[in-house]
Every structure is written in C-alpha cells, then in structure tokens.
Design a protein around this ligand. Structure first.
Ligand code: ADP
Length: 449
C-alpha cells in the first residue's frame, strides 16, 4: 500500500479519498486553491498545500503546480478524483515520468477511452453492441447528411472528447442537422479544444444503465452490477440507483458480461464505468467508458459492500484484485440524490454563498457525503454539487421511504442559497418514479409541466 497519497481535487471527492486513505493506513495530502483554504475538509488531511488562485486553470487544472506540490510533500501516488485532471492522459503520463503512481488506468487506456468515437471501435471489436452511427469522426456537411440519411432521423451529434453532458445536439431533420453539426463542432472546439464530432442514432427515451468495473493489475476483470442513472437534466445525472428497476438477473448478466468484455478489450485497469443506453425493447448499446471513479460510485458500495476507492488504491499499488465475479452479490437497494447549490426555479442557476444554517440527515440507511460545514462558504468557481445523499433499504420502496425522510431533514440555508433538495422531494412524489417507470426524458418532461 502507498505510504502517502496526494489528492489532486477538491470538495466532496477530496474528502472521500482522505477517508479511504485513513482506512488503508496511508497518509493523505490535499491541494487547495485560495478559494478553498478555509474548507473544513482541508484540515482533515495530514498535510495541505496551496496550489494557486481560485481559477481552476491556475490551480486544480495546472499540472506543473500539482506535480510540484507532490514533490514538495513527498508522496508516492496521486489520486485525481473525478473531473479536473481525472481523465487527462497527459497528466497520468507526467505522474509516471516523475515516478509517482497515478491512481487510475494506464495513460494509453485513458487516451483510448477518452475519445468516444475510438472507444466505439473497441466496443465493435469486442462484439459489444454500439448505437448505429458514423464509424469515427464526421468532418464534412456531405458526410453528415449521408450518414444521417443512412441511419435515419432523429440523430445525435456528439463531441468525441465530450463529457459532463456537454457537446451534444439532437437533429430531427436535414435542415436542423447542418446547423447542429456546425454548432456542435464549434462548441466542442471551445469546450474540449477538439472539434471532432461523430453522429449516432438518437435513441428515444432510453434508460441510462452503467456497470461498475474493477480490473486488477493482472487483468482479472469483474463487474459490480449496474447503476440506473436515467434521472437527468441536460444529459447530467441527478439521481442514481442500484439495482435498476428495469433489469432482471438475465439482462444484468448479459450487460455485465458485455461491460467486462469491453474493459478487457480496452486493456482496462483499476475502477471504471461502462455506460450503456437501454432501449424499450431490451436492446442495449455501449456509449462510453469513464476511466475514473464516478460521483455515483457510492450506490454500488452500498449494495455490494465493496469499498471502491480502497480498491483503487490497492490496485494502483500493485495488489491483486482478490474478488471474483461469483463473490459479488447485490443486496438491498440504494439511491443517490445529488444536492446541488442551484435554483431549479431559475433555470438551475448556481447559488454559491455563505451557509448560515446546516442540518444534515442521519439515521438508519443514510450516508451523507459532503464537504459542507456550518459557517463555510460555497465558492462560486467550481461545480455546484455540494453533497450526495445516499439512502439504503432492503428493497426499492424502503429506500424511497428513507429518501423521503432524509430529504425532509436537510437544511442548507444562507442568503440567496437554494438547493436541489425540494426538487428531489417532488420527484419522489411522482408515480412514475415510485413505479420505477422512468427514462432519460422523464425529468425534462416533469420540469416542463
Ligand atoms: P457525457 O460523456 O457527456 O456524459 P454520454 O455519451 O455519457 O455523454 O451521454 C450522456 C447522456 O446523453 C446519456 O445518458 C443519454 O441521456 C444521452 N445520450 C447520449 N447518446 C445518446 C443517444 N445516442 N441517444 C439518446 N440519448 C443519448
């Protein structure tokens, strides 16, 4: 096991990794920007080091500053968390070159999976079904039109380097196609510094089903069941659960085997997530692999009893993955609610600011992962997710009941502050949600009403 780990991230995930380091007997070093200097989690680390001003470009995304911090604090590994540099293959390479273990897959695997059009090629080679579409990048208007005609409308144009639900546009006919194609390219260039886009069939009202993967240093690869992440706004997840109400053991085995086949074909190592769309007729299609720990990993921890971040540390330090597929048993039901400091009544505008009153829920079946504490200020520079409420019950209806109770206990109050908590309570009151009868369009339809 590592002696000392640097966490190149902030907020909730930084705290999550500090805790895993404690559990594993490793020391934890956190980096922080000037905006995060008074964050309570910073004090919980064995050492903390300031890496620059508030702007992420000059702090959490600045590779030389992070490597310098790692050298000054004499760590033997870096955990990138999620977001920021987590899927930056160049960063993973620099870590390796500096003899610091990168807690994640090898740089070449990050690069292959980071290009979503190339990842689809890997899926095809592993005989994993993909959404019908262009074979790789689409560069000209003529190609875009020809491909869309071939696969049939509606189609979706996606940024090859995209992530976080950005860089995607749906087109339902030829007129909107060319507009969307050009917009998607310039958006992709601006957001990801890569204008490459590809086109695929727009699957109408699918479910988003993803499989958690663990792959040991020797290639032993298993899946830890699925997460259903169909409650999304603008392709961004808001509620995730495991198991999915839409999967029976047969479909779970089939999709899980496809996820493992993909991970093996990609040469995957460490923890990752294989994402699929599940169509109404039970067909499923690979969409991408996320080469990192995900926000929603905790629902899998609750139903499997397996500590994913601890396993990330073990695998990166060269320890074998001793869990076999047959050892993985799903028990009970877990749901995660993302608590974002946003105002749903004002287009989900972020509401950073000072927290005057903070009451966190607890009791049976509740896990609250958050960096918040009373008297702290939510900075305006970063992602608006401030907490994750996780609930666990023997079955889905008990988890929903505990979710209602826990959501009703939460108070995050301060001048101008709003959160997604009231929205979650409204979603839990919807018959479709309670019946498990939702798809990726559910939340947008609900919000429109
Ligand atoms: P990102 O990496 O930005 O999260 P993904 O490829 O994982 O992008 O897709 C995010 C979400 O976008 C999916 O969960 C789904 O709701 C929607 N989506 C992506 N591709 C398609 C598609 N071909 N048809 C319908 N919806 C899609």
């Amino acid at each position: 096991m590592f002696r000392r780990v640097l966490i190149a991230n902030r907020g909730e995930v930084a705290l999550r990794v500090i805790r895993a380091c404690r559990d594993m007997g490793a020391e934890a070093v956190v980096v922080y920007s000037e905006a995060d200097k008074d964050m309570p989690y910073v004090e919980l680390a064995d050492e903390a080091i300031c890496i620059g001003p508030a702007s992420s470009a000059d702090s959490y995304l600045d590779i030389p500053r992070i490597i310098a911090a790692a050298e000054i604090t004499d760590v033997d590994a870096i955990h990138p968390g999620y977001g920021f540099l987590a899927e930056n293959s160049h960063f993973a390479e620099v870590c390796e070159a500096c003899n610091i273990a990168f807690i994640g897959p090898p740089p070449s695997v990050i690069a292959d999976c980071g290009n979503k059009a190339r990842a689809k090629d890997v899926a095809r080679s592993a005989k994993v079904p993909v959404v019908p579409g262009s074979d790789g990048a689409v560069e000209t208007d003529e190609d875009a039109v020809a491909i869309a005609r071939k696969i049939g409308y509606p189609v979706i144009i996606k940024a090859a380097s995209g992530g976080g639900g950005r860089g995607m546009r749906v087109a339902s006919n030829e007129v909107s196609l060319l507009n969307s194609f050009h917009q998607a390219r310039s958006e992709a260039q601006a957001a990801f510094n890569d204008a490459t886009v590809y086109i695929e069939k727009y699957v109408e009202d699918p479910r988003h089903i993803e499989f958690q993967i663990l792959a040991g240093p020797d290639g032993n690869t298993i899946h830890l069941g699925e997460r259903d992440c169909s409650i999304q706004r603008r392709h961004q997840k808001l509620i995730e659960e495991s198991p999915s109400p839409a999967l029976d053991p047969k479909l779970r085995n089939k999709m899980g085997a496809a996820a493992v086949a993909f991970a093996k074909a990609a040469g995957y190592r460490n923890a990752g997530t294989v994402e699929f769309l599940l169509d109404k007729d039970g067909s499923f299609y690979f969409i991408e692999l996320n080469a990192r720990i995900q926000v929603e990993h905790c629902v899998t921890e609750m139903v499997t009893g397996i500590d994913l971040v601890a396993w990330q540390l073990r695998i990166a330090s060269g320890e074998p993955l001793t869990i076999r597929q047959k050892d993985v048993k799903l028990k009970g039901h877990a749901i995660e609610f993302r608590i974002n400091a946003e105002n749903p009544d004002r287009g989900f505008a972020p509401t950073p600011g000072f927290i005057q009153k903070l009451v966190l829920p607890g009791g049976r079946g509740v896990r609250m992962d958050t960096y918040l504490a009373g008297g702290c200020t939510i900075p305006r520079y970063y992602d608006s997710m401030v907490a994750k409420l996780l609930v666990y019950g023997d079955d889905r209806s008990e988890a929903i009941q505990i979710g209602n109770r826990a959501l009703s206990e939460i108070r995050v109050e301060g001048p101008g502050l709003h959160t997604t908590t009231p929205l979650h309570r409204r979603i839990l009151a919807q018959a479709e949600f309670v019946n498990g009868d939702v798809d990726t369009g559910f939340l947008e339809r609900f919000l429109e009403e």
